[in-house]
Design a protein around this ligand. Sequence first.
Ligand code: SAM
Length: 444
Amino acid sequence: MRLSLSARDRRLFVESILAKKLGISLNSFVESAIDDLVNSLGTDIDPEAPETIETLIDACCVGETMFMRHAEHFSALKHWVSSRLSRPLSVWSAGCCTGEEAYSLAATLFPLSHDIEVLGTDVNLRFLRKARLARYTAWSLRSIDLTTCDYWLNTDQAGASVKRWLKKYVSFKRVNLLNVNEMTRYDAIFCRNVLMYFYPEVAQGVINSFAEHIKPGGVLFLGYYDPIPDENSLWRRVEYNNIVYYQLRERKKQSSRSPKTIELPKENRAPDKPVKRQPEQIKTSKSVSSQLSPKAVEESLPDPLKDEARLERYLADIYRYASSGKQEIALSIFEIAVDQFPFAAELYIIAALIFAELSQFSEAKVRARKACFLQPDSCYAQYVLGYCLAESGNVKQALNRFKQSQSYLEKIKAAEVVPLSQGLSISQLKRLLDDRLGDADESN
Ligand SMILES: C[S@@+](CC[C@H](N)C(=O)[O-])C[C@H]1O[C@@H](n2cnc3c(N)ncnc32)[C@H](O)[C@@H]1O
């Protein structure tokens, strides 16, 4: 479904997707580039459509590169390789863009060993297609002396192409640096001018993860403006001819992270269609015709009601995505929504349930506690906090919350739907609480 978002919401959406999918911070872009990025999506956005993410990845990736960019790094690599005894060499160009770096690495190493393997990876499919083509314009050649490259480059009026024999040593693959679990170990990693666009903490995470993909004593080259490894990290700073690179201090055990698929507990599964909330919570005017589209209805409302309708729409979208297994999108919309409605307890409740579904119980508890803080007498907020506590093993505290929830529930008169719950009936919640409290009685 396409969402018609305001310019501000679109920007928040872009910001959240770039952060989550790529680790890239919008702060690293100039305003005009951010505008271009937001505009690349058009005015209506379908957050669910894979092409939305692909469009953003394509639009945000900075494609600036050239052959032998910062040639001194290649000289330092050559020096390091020359000092080693073993000759099979594998190098990873991480964030290789259109391939110039990967081919430059192969051309640098070939005179030292013919047993070489260079892998270029990038998240941008368009760049990778170009890399595999290995056909370049003069712009890519601007920092090399062509007379010294004719053994690996065919030049012509339009530019140059990489010679077939060198291409054999280089391969390309799509890899997102936020998920490098599949990668093997390399003698050297070049990751230059990539992490400068990332959130600093994400960049450190990527640098740490490289330690898992480097052979003992292997080296890491970063760009001049990239974040450097933390002082207490596994990387030792090495200086050579005014160049700094990093060498792995010790071998780290490879972690075995496996993605989890977690079912939302049935009792909390969101309804397929969002159920209308209680009349006292959303005061939709009777004069607003139900023949109008939801958006037209929303626009015809006075401002405070417009806000409520917008919140309603966010909640419906979050529930829809969460209940169809797209938690990441649901959480992105939650972040956009909570920025505009920081006091809406129902947003925190749904976020708590999504985090609980993902077994991220500390995140879930934070959101559920926030909901209880904002709406202390909400039986549903108390129940959800109890649920998160119970699922994370805090049985005693959970019990208190369930009792609290039960006492608030008893006070509700003449409501069919539990307030803030997006469709749970009073009798359903009663049953859930009876089960929970009954279980506790039995175990005592
Ligand atoms: C400025 S280019 C750097 C190219 C080359 N390393 C150089 O220094 O010339 C940055 C590259 O990082 C890639 N990139 C950005 N975020 C990424 C991510 N999360 N995973 C993999 N590549 C990413 C972009 O697609 C782009 O090709």
